[in-house]
Design a protein around this ligand. Sequence first.
Ligand code: ADP
Ligand code: MG
Length: 293
Amino acid sequence: ATPTALLVGTGRGAQLGIIIKGPQVLESTRRVDTVVLDKTGTVTTGTMTLVEVVTADGESEEDVLRLAGALEDASEHPIARAVADGARTRVGALPAVEDFRNVEGLGVQGVVDGHGVLAGRPRLLAEWSVSLPPSLTVAMERAEAAGRTAVAVAWDGVARGVLVVADAVKPTSAAAIERLRGLGLTPILLTGDNEATARSVAREVGIEDVIAEVLPADKVDVVKRLQSEGNVVAMVGDGVNDAAALAQADLGLAMGTGTDVAIEASDLTLVRGDLNAAADAIRLARRTLSTIK
Ligand code: ADP
Ligand code: MG
């Protein structure tokens, strides 16, 4: 390889808002044929807002907001930020939380005002033998079919309500995914979120293959499995959850708007957090390589 061509390639990368870890990275982009895209924060903005509060029979909206809001205020997750901010706007100051615990990929638990509170996936509630009444199950299904994320809320062993948060697809995602396809890559949407929400987002951006309800620790196994099936895999992600998968991928691309852990685990950083830079990077690397040969 001639160093000049590589430098030109990486210099142009910087202009396009792509930071390349080293020249060896260009080589690994050549054979990439599959691109795994994290949903939240990568394909979507990751900036969620609380859009709906549903209560079980006899429960008060204010209590649901106050207890779930207080609990989520202790978490950094985008869903938690939306719940806490939305709750504070609607009911004012939130009480303190004790014994807070984050249950990765499922939700959060803690004690608020002496009540043991849970917020997250129905699976988290089920682990505490709490089941949802049909009215709340219907509310969750309806929200998820519309591409939203529903958070089930319970305290003292009883399901009390559902909070619905919405996250918008980035305006640039659909066109960027079409460009990735044009470069011969098969896009796959990967998320810890539920299947219905994931399918709805995938439909909106033109992705057919969806791998949903994947726990954070299992994302890396999805990449390994795709590799063992003979695919050369690029992974694009933003979260702490994505770091192992980004490192495992043949080419890891981190959103510059994402976490430092994801950026460190990656070969390329897309400074603006725009998926179009992923297409630019792959095109650029292929061009640079053909200049070298
Ligand atoms: P993604 O892979 O899309 O970035 P995560 O793995 O972080 O998503 O989370 C998976 C799912 O777990 C979320 O879609 C949500 O349903 C649930 N969850 C995670 N953290 C929380 C939280 N703090 N509050 C409520 N639900 C949560
Ligand atoms: Mg994410």
